[in-house]
Design a binder for this molecule. Structure first.
Ligand code: CMC
Length: 380
């Protein structure tokens, strides 16, 4: 029997699976709104704590609402001792794998573990948001033979991440840089990891399971792994004048230039501008202007012709250079993306629970039909 040919939307390109009030993206003009607010206003004027509230509650917080969510984050940063033991057991694994295992363990121990109500999911989302930087930094210190640094209740979310990583209070400027980075990574529509989280929520599984799924999907180099790959590329290129032949060589061999292109944006990713200027300023401040020069040369000169095909820089292009210049090891770049994205994953799960339908698309079968089963002993 011949298979019936269906209209296939490979990669679900262009398919709307549901409605959302989380974020709006216009990829043709490079516009991004969280809950109706423009990302440029949020990146320049708000804080990550405000974004957590905005995403989880649907409106910007007033002072006391902000204080409340901030206090909940500050109270939730500590890790249960069982999770610290697990981190020690797997200390030599990649930080993204450790993060996936760590969040899974946190889920087993969470007081609201299998409660999918709005209130419990919000509480869990805030807890995971608060605990993930502690997890990543504790693992990093344990693998380097150092004791984890306890969170400092005086510091905000971004400040705590840097403090627990390096063991010393960060400068105001670096704290702000990290804060902006978390803001612009917080939510982004039906990207692969958020969609994975939604699929998990659609089976009425719990938030931790959905976040574990999101982490697994985010680690791929076509999604969150690009920032790490961009910095490796900049190091391979070495000097701006090598950028052209390096990129041409990759493209001629069918490879992609990391940090460029996007499934939805066919104009510049609006998040990129908030890291471009900051990458330039930081590379001058640190006396290492070459990294920004290499990246800027790639963007402005080498890849300029590709804009006609809708290939522009994306959020990850300048992110890696900033983390590198701050002294953050390159295998922590994807975990940083995950730290910012927890509120977005949580919100998408809350939306899914609120008006649930099982997400279950079809794939058209193109293999052979009705083959005759041959007994093992008779097979060639
Ligand atoms: N370098 C070179 N060529 C590219 C690139 C790139 N970075 N991105 C897309 N193209 C080409 C692609 O090969 C295709 O060429 P052709 O038509 O000749 O076959 C054409 O552009 C159209 O690409 P597409 O099929 O529309 O792209 P896609 O939607 O399947 O893929 C993407 C989107 C992000 C996977 C891809 O652009 C890519 O691999 N980029 C590099 C990885 C990267 O930077 N990822 C981070 C994305 S932003 C952060 C996040 O949200 O995860």
């Amino acid at each position: 029997m011949e298979a019936k040919t269906q209209q296939i939307h490979r990669g679900l390109r262009g398919v709307y699976a549901d409605t959302t009030t989380a974020s709006f993206i216009d990829g043709q003009v490079g516009k991004l709104l969280y809950r109706g607010y423009n990302i440029h206003d949020l990146a320049e004027k708000s804080t990550f704590e405000e974004i957590v509230y905005l995403l989880l509650y649907g409106h910007l917080p007033n002072r006391s609402q902000l204080d409340e969510v901030d206090a909940a984050l500050r109270e939730s940063r500590e890790l249960p001792p069982e999770v610290l033991s697990i981190l020690t057991l797997i200390k030599d694994c990649h930080p993204m794998d450790v993060l996936r295992t760590g969040v899974s363990a946190l889920g087993s121990l969470d007081p609201d573990a299998n409660d999918n109500s709005v209130e419990a999911t919000r509480r869990k989302g805030i807890r995971i948001t608060a605990q993930v930087p502690t997890l990543v930094t504790a693992h990093h210190r344990i693998r380097n033979g150092l004791d984890p640094v306890a969170p400092d209740p005086e510091l905000n979310h971004a400040g705590n991440f840097l403090y627990m990583l390096f063991g010393q209070r960060p400068q105001e400027e670096e704290m702000k840089l990290m804060d902006v980075d978390f803001i612009i990574h917080a939510e982004h529509g039906s990207n692969a990891s958020s969609f994975a989280a939604r699929v998990a929520a659609s089976t009425v599984s719990d938030l931790h399971s959905a976040v574990v799924g999101g982490i697994g999907v985010l680690k791929g180099p076509w999604h969150g792994g690009a920032a790490e790959a961009v910095m490796k590329m900049a190091q391979d290129i070495g000097r701006p004048e090598n950028a052209e032949s390096y990129a041409r060589n990759l493209i001629e061999n069918g490879k992609r230039i990391m940090g460029f292109g996007h499934r939805v944006y066919k104009a510049e990713d609006p998040r990129a501008r908030h890291l471009r200027d900051r990458s330039e300023a930081l590379s001058l401040k640190k006396g290492q202007p070459q990294w920004f020069q290499i990246l800027a040369h790639l963007e402005q000169k080498v890849m300029r012709p590709y804009r006609d095909k809708g290939i522009y820089v994306n959020v990850d292009f300048y992110a890696g250079s900033i983390y590198y210049l701050m002294g953050i090891p390159d295998d922590l770049f994807v975990p940083i993306f995950a730290m910012g994205r927890i509120p977005g994953w949580t919100l998408q799960c809350m939306e899914q629970y609120a008006d649930n339908i099982l997400i279950r698309p079809l794939t058209e079968y193109t293999g052979p039909m009705d083959l005759e089963y041959v007994a093992l002993e008779e097979r060639a």
